[in-house]
Design a protein around this ligand. Sequence first.
Ligand code: AMP
Length: 408
Amino acid sequence: MPSEFGTYRESRCKTGLPQGRGRSQIAGFMILPGSTLGVLGGGQLGRMFAQAAQSLGYRVHVFEPAADCPASAVANRTFTADYRNEEELVAFARSCAAVTYEFENVPVEPLWKIESLTRLLPHSSVLEICQNRLREKMWLKKQGFPHVPFAEVEVNGDLAAAARRVGLPCVVKTADFGYDGKGQRKVSDDASLAAAASAFAGTRAVVERYVDFKCELSVIIARTEAGEARAFPVAENIHTKHILDFTIVPARVPAAVAKEAEALALAIAERLQVVGLLAVELFLSDRGELMVNELAPRPHNSGHWSLDGARTSQFEQHVRAICGLPLGDVGVRDPSVMVNILGDAWKPTVSAPGVTPNWSAILRAPRAKLHLYGKGEARVGRKMGHFTVMAESADAALDQARDLKSQL
Ligand code: AMP
């Protein structure tokens, strides 16, 4: 491990957070079933959060600018309005005992309003760090957590100089609003550097060293206000075109690496004082070093396997964590592989919407589970659903998952 990895252990008690706005000082509070929970964002994560909350007896209100979103189909009430519509936001916040969010790209100012009216969990101070790649990386660096070496590029700054500092090949990413590889490109020579400089002109960016990783891992942590924390088993993730394709649990890495990844993720959640879930995405380098790639303070795509393969799903665990309930057992029921189903499976074209895939093979497989998010239009790269295959080993589950995917 890099030498700086040690530093976070010694200074574990310092949060290093910006001044929290409206941070609750109450330890050990509990929001009981029957109460109403709110979620900002109405995509599939909001939908699965709502389903988990409702099965524990909570009511769920969703706030989402787009009409007809996946979560509104299951919510007790949906507020359809822009995040800057203060009147609706206030009504939403007042109707909820606590509010959470299902994605990072919520503007932070409306969150301060919500935080002044009810509990917002994880706190806005956590989201402020995690929603901007540059702030997140600077925070990781300051706290001494291992991360991918990077350089900052100001708006209209010298991208070439930053790339030289980091070294080629490198990856240029927008500081704000990036996910699933959006707003990023690899630079490996002068021509791609010039192309990136014009593509990122007028944008604040981060230049990261390109990591020739052995594999990608993620760890999902749940933490309560009282400080109880649990790590889901380490997941191994395979991306295709920057989008998660397969998640394999348990990750096929040595036990010492898994233990170290868990300890690192727990330490980050503790230092951020997260209440709720925190997903920590990591690269495992060829030299066996773990480096944090990204943080997400919410349920994560790489945790979907837990709906079928774990004793407690990440969505139920998020509900438990924000409500101050005892956390659930995160043990693996069976080695599992989750496969994302993208709109590509419909084979849509510019002029035609495509054809619904044939689900029969997945539905017939005795140890596979299909989850569809109820989205109307299948577009290339759009997450429409996922399926999870369970087997006696991770390798056997992966073989079967690949086979089932090929039959879609
Ligand atoms: P991100 O949106 O930053 O999570 O990136 C999406 C995916 O792109 C990651 O899961 C990796 O597969 C790949 N990627 C991102 N950054 C790097 C990097 N610095 N080196 C190598 N691959 C990367």
